[in-house]
Structure formats: C-alpha cells, structure tokens
Write a protein that binds this ligand. Structure first.
Ligand SMILES: Cc1cc2nc3c(=O)[nH]c(=O)nc-3n(C[C@H](O)[C@H](O)[C@H](O)COP(=O)(O)OP(=O)(O)OC[C@H]3O[C@@H](n4cnc5c(N)ncnc54)[C@H](O)[C@@H]3O)c2cc1C
Length: 328
C-alpha cells in the first residue's frame, strides 16, 4: 500500500503503542490519538506476563518459537530507545497441583517434553518467561510520541474525516460500526497488588493464577475472567476469587494495596484481527486477548511488512478470513 499522508492510529494501549514504534522504525508517517478518560483501557490492568507454555498439558503456545525469538530483542531495544526500564525476564514455576496430576504429566512426559521445560519432583520450571510493565511502557512511549509532536489526547469519532485510520481500540472496537461484525469475545479481568513477606521474590508462581514479584514486598496476584459485564468497576466476586487464589498459593497474610480492572480484547477464534479493510481506507490491529505482551510485537512487525508490500499477513490473523462480513 503506497501512502504519503500520515496514518492516524486510534488508541495508545499496548497495541497502538507498539505499532507506532514499528511505524517509526519503518519511517511510515503517523499520528496517534488516545482517550483513556473516555475509553478505559486494558493495558493499565495487565499482569504483563509472557510465557511460552500453556494449559494443563504444558504445551508450547501457538507460534512460540517465532514470538519468543522476536520478543526479548524487541523489548530490550525499546528500553534502550526510550531510556526506560519495563522488561523483566524472570523464571516461572508451575507446581504440580497434586500427586495425580504429577503422575498424569510424568506419564506423558515423552510426548510433551520441549526445551522450555525443566522438570523437578515438585513441578516444572518454565524458561524464557517474565513480565513487561505495560503501564510504564505505555507511559514513557506517550512522552516519546509527545516529544516528537505525534500524540494527541483526543477521542476519535466517525465525524473526524481522516484517510488511513488504523484502529487499535481494544475491546471498544466491538462498538465501532466499521468493525462491529467481527467476532469479538471480550473478557473482563481483575488483579490485585498486595504487600506480604510470604511469596518468593525471585520467580513467578503459576498455579490456577499467578503471583508475580514487583519491588520490595509488593506483588501482583491475578487474574479473574468474566464475560457478562464490561464496566471498569471492581467486583466483590473477583476480590473473593483473588483471595482464594492467594490461599491456594500459600499466601494467607497480606495487605491489599490496590486493584486493577480491564477488559481483554479477546476474539472467538482466539486469533487477532489485523489488516486493512477490503473496501475502505481503514485498518485494524486488535484482538490480542490475554496475550498482548507476546503477540503484539511480532504481529506489529508482520503488519508493517504487509503495509509495505513485503509479505502478506498469515490468513489466520488477517481480517481477510472475514471478507464475507464486509460487503462492498
Ligand atoms: C486483569 C488483566 C490481566 C492481564 N494480564 C496479561 C498478562 O499477564 N499478559 C499479557 O500478555 N496480557 C495480559 N492482559 C491482556 C492485555 O492487557 C491486552 O492484551 C493488551 O493490553 C491489549 O492492548 P490494546 O492496546 O489492544 O487495548 P487497550 O489497552 O484496551 O487500549 C485501547 C486504547 O484505545 C483507546 N481508544 C478506544 N477507542 C478510542 C477512540 N474512539 N478514540 C481514542 N482512543 C480510543 C482507549 O482509550 C485505550 O487506551 C491482561 C488483561 C487484564 C484485563
């Protein structure tokens, strides 16, 4: 796609932010608008964990090799560009839930073993894990874009005539008339920041939830999921659930410091929505669900390749798979 006028990126959550950094590197002109006071965002609530292993069967996540090759290099370079610290590699431990689970997994070890796992009698250590302080990355990026004269705190509406808009609106995208037919499946989530001297400080504990060490005696515990309401309000149910998670991870003495609430921009087929509209000069970069930290950098690079005519996006992430929904 040849284009001389700047793109407008709508939304400076993690998706818009990382896409904008890739536009800067590729020298694609753009400006970026964000309106978190009007449209609350998911990125401020993210645990920020990246982890190449998933599920009960300890399988490699989708595209693990590609994503986890690109990820550390990208975040390390971005820290250097922004002169900031937000990328925190740290091991992750998954204890076996009980003896039956240990036996079940050990019987399957020959089939599921891969280089991300290190088995012990108590559980498995997962390598190439860690967390990104997403709120900090977004904050320092905003200052960077502001200094370059590329950022406005401003809500986009359909009356803003702009050619070449890329929507990175998170779960609010489902209300955008251009994209509302796409099969979004948003999931509200809460996590708690707490203080305690009980959890380990040198790894992420993952057991039906996670406890992640911050600084000093502060930790994050998360996260909850619900699909029936999408307000920014914290709920009693979620607080109870987080309390139960803490108990199950051996933390029974703690002080709650704050709660974070967000809505994950998840999709029904669990794949992102990326690409330009087949008939209008608008595009979308959205649908990263609960894995934005690992998916967004790799696919920002792939989207830029498609925009520059270098390589088409894979069909399974491209909105080409929904072309039947967009009548001309
Ligand atoms: C509790 C919780 C825990 C999570 N933990 C993890 C984790 O451990 N690891 C992980 O990888 N992911 C995690 N996630 C998911 C992660 O937060 C998302 O994948 C990611 O942040 C999505 O970023 P986004 O930019 O697409 O959306 P958002 O962060 O929601 O950003 C969208 C932005 O668009 C703006 N916007 C929308 N409409 C307009 C408009 N019309 N005009 C201007 N601006 C607009 C909004 O203000 C917002 O700033 C978690 C999410 C939650 C809720």
């Amino acid at each position: 796609m040849k284009k001389n006028k700047p793109f407008l990126i709508v939304g400076q959550g993690l998706a818009g932010t990382i896409l904008a950094h890739h536009f800067l590197s590729a020298q694609i002109p753009f400006e970026i608008w964000d309106a978190p006071a009007v449209y609350f965002n998911s990125s401020q609530a993210a645990g920020g964990i990246y982890n190449p292993v998933t599920g009960r069967k300890l399988e490699k996540t989708w595209l693990a090799e590609e994503l986890f090759t690109y990820l550390p290099d990208f975040y390390t370079r971005l820290e250097a560009t922004l002169q900031a610290s937000f990328f925190h590699p740290i091991p992750l431990f998954r204890p076996f839930a009980n003896v039956d689970m240990r036996t079940w997994l050990e019987e399957r070890k020959p089939q599921i073993d891969h280089h991300y796992l290190n088995w012990t009698p108590e559980g498995v250590w997962v390598s190439e894990t860690g967390w990104v302080d997403v709120a900090e990355l977004v904050r320092v990026s905003r200052m960077h874009f502001q200094a370059l004269g590329l950022f406005q705190e401003r809500a986009y509406s359909a009356t803003d005539a702009f050619e070449g808009v890329i929507f990175c609106e998170g779960f609010h995208g489902q209300k955008n008339p251009i994209w509302s037919q796409l099969p979004f499946l948003p999931a509200k989530g809460e996590l708690m920041i707490f203080e305690s001297d009980q959890p380990a400080k040198d790894y992420i504990l993952s057991k039906n939830g996670f406890v992640l060490p911050l600084t000093g005696n502060q930790f994050k515990v998360g996260a909850t999921y619900r699909w029936d309401e999408f307000s920014s309000a914290e709920t009693v149910d979620a607080q109870d659930e987080l309390h139960q998670k803490l108990l199950s991870m051996g933390v029974d003495s703690y002080t709650r410091l704050s709660t974070r609430v967000g809505v994950r921009p998840a999709t029904q087929d669990r794949r992102p929505f990326i690409g330009m509209h087949p008939h209008e000069p608008v595009g979308i970069f959205n649908g990263f669900g609960s894995k934005g930290v690992s998916l967004i950098p790799y696919f920002a690079s792939a989207f830029v390749d498609e925009l520059q005519g270098i390589k088409e996006l894979p069909f399974e992430v491209s909105i080409r798979r929904f072309s039947h929904l967009f009548s001309s």
